[in-house]
Design a protein. Structure first.
Length: 412
């Protein structure tokens, strides 16, 4: 039975039979990089996303969550166009600083920060989003010892989550953030200890495609921030409203109506509580900014038939693009959009499975899809590879060669 694929993002075209990425032929990009497997990131598409956000969310800061993709040239490009970078480890903090983004525009979230990581953030002047009372105490102690006033925000574990979001990060018992009812005491403690309290970080979920769910979550987030500020009796300098903007990976999924979310948030901000009148607001996004801008290119090295099923075996696989193999948070494997990059003008005529070169049945890039006839030497494109691709894949597994990365497009 043929299985459907997600839709190829509309930005991708073809020059005759060859896929175009950012206006450049895929075979030319492979030639530039030297080899497959290869990730290509179209900076023009990223820029268009940033512009679209700016138009829809006039008064809201845009932050980039760099764990989605921290490839240095991409990070440098994005860092100079957004208002802040959100990092989740000292390693990511180093990458963010090396990209040229000043420390005051970097915030550091994530559970399990070690003392050495807290010390590095405090010394650099990066804001720490405290995930627990214990972590906040350690940060205060480290700041005192270093004679540096730490910048501390509090990550709130809200009592709600984005309905229908792909990955739930708030609501109920969670390792992330401080339960909302305990936040006022912690903030008072941070202020009394003389630290620079930077505000709240409230992240309620990821991969939401439904505008109404996001609108509801953002309203609830604003209300929660207002209630906390009232209890504390202080104005939060920044309220990070989280993000959660999703992208359509699979057959039948519809893109998020970002303009509608922006419109509703604009309304909600107009009527916000007086204690939030002087606060800044931020939205932090990962996949929505970069996910669709990335393509994974891998070459067919074998074509074989087993029990009547045709397999196209590639030089890449789940060690580079775990998410497309279905092993990164999917319960039932579904196909990402894929194409034979060198046969874009040819009609689909056979059912094939595209697999990677790893010796495990988990290594599937596309299952039972309808594709044009492809041979050894043809290049396969797997789309939606710009976020949680290489950085979220087990590259060392089985010791194959690493994937290359390259950017294309984007005005400087
Ligand atoms: C991972 C993460 C993000 C980015 O999520 P996307 O779904 O890629 O937009 C943003 N904020 C926090 C706190 C995260 O952990």
């Amino acid at each position: 039975m043929t299985k459907p694929m997600g839709a190829v993002p509309a930005e991708f075209g073809a020059d005759g039979s060859m896929l175009l990425i950012g206006g450049t032929r895929a075979d030319e990009l492979v030639r530039r990089a030297g080899e497959t497997p290869l990730f290509v990131y179209d900076l023009g598409m990223v820029d268009a996303r940033i512009d679209r956000f700016r138009a829809a969310f006039a008064e809201v800061e845009l932050h980039y969550a760099i764990k989605a993709n921290s490839y240095a040239p991409l990070l440098k490009h994005i860092g100079s166009r957004v208002d802040g970078l959100d990092v989740a480890s000292a390693g990511e903090m180093e990458l963010a600083l090396a990209s040229g983004t000043p420390a005051e525009r970097i915030s550091f979230a994530g559970p399990g920060k070690r003392d050495s990581e807290l010390a590095a953030a405090i010394a650099a002047g990066v804001t720490i989003n405290c995930e627990s009372e214990g972590e906040a105490e350690r940060a205060l102690t480290i700041g005192r010892q270093a004679r540096v006033r730490p910048k501390l925000a509090v990550r709130v574990n809200p009592d709600f989550e984005i309905k229908g979001s792909g990955m739930r990060m708030g609501g109920g018992a969670k390792p992330f953030g401080v339960d909302a009812e305990r936040v006022p005491n912690l903030v008072r403690r941070i202020i009394d200890a003389g630290a620079d309290w930077r505000g709240f970080h409230i992240f309620a979920g990821s991969q939401a495609l439904d505008a109404d769910s996001l609108i509801e979550a953002q309203r609830a987030t604003l209300e929660l921030a207002a209630a906390l500020a009232e209890d504390i009796g202080a104005v939060p300098p920044l309220v990070n409203l989280g993000g959660g903007f999703g992208i359509p990976y699979f057959h039948g999924e519809q893109p998020l109506d970002v303009e509608r979310v922006g419109e509703a948030l604009g309304q909600a901000l107009k009527g916000r509580h007086h204690l939030l009148a002087k606060s800044e607001f931020a939205i932090e996004l990962g996949r929505w900014l970069v996910g669709e801008a990335g393509v994974y290119l891998t070459r067919i090295v074998d074509r074989k038939v087993s029990h009547g099923k045709t397999f196209l075996v590639t030089d890449g696989g789940m060690h580079h693009q775990l998410a497309a193999s279905g092993n990164f948070g999917q319960v039932i494997r579904r196909n990402y959009p894929a194409a034979i990059a060198s046969r874009m003008s040819e009609a689909p005529c056979e059912e094939v499975s595209i697999v990677g070169c790893l010796c495990t049945p988990l290594d599937r890039l596309a299952d039972d899809i309808l594709a044009p006839h492809a041979d050894v030497g043809d290049v396969v494109a797997v789309f939606l590879a710009g976020a949680y691709g290489l950085s979220a894949s087990p590259q060392a597994f089985l010791g194959h060669q690493p994937a290359g990365e390259i950017t294309v497009g984007g005005a400087d």
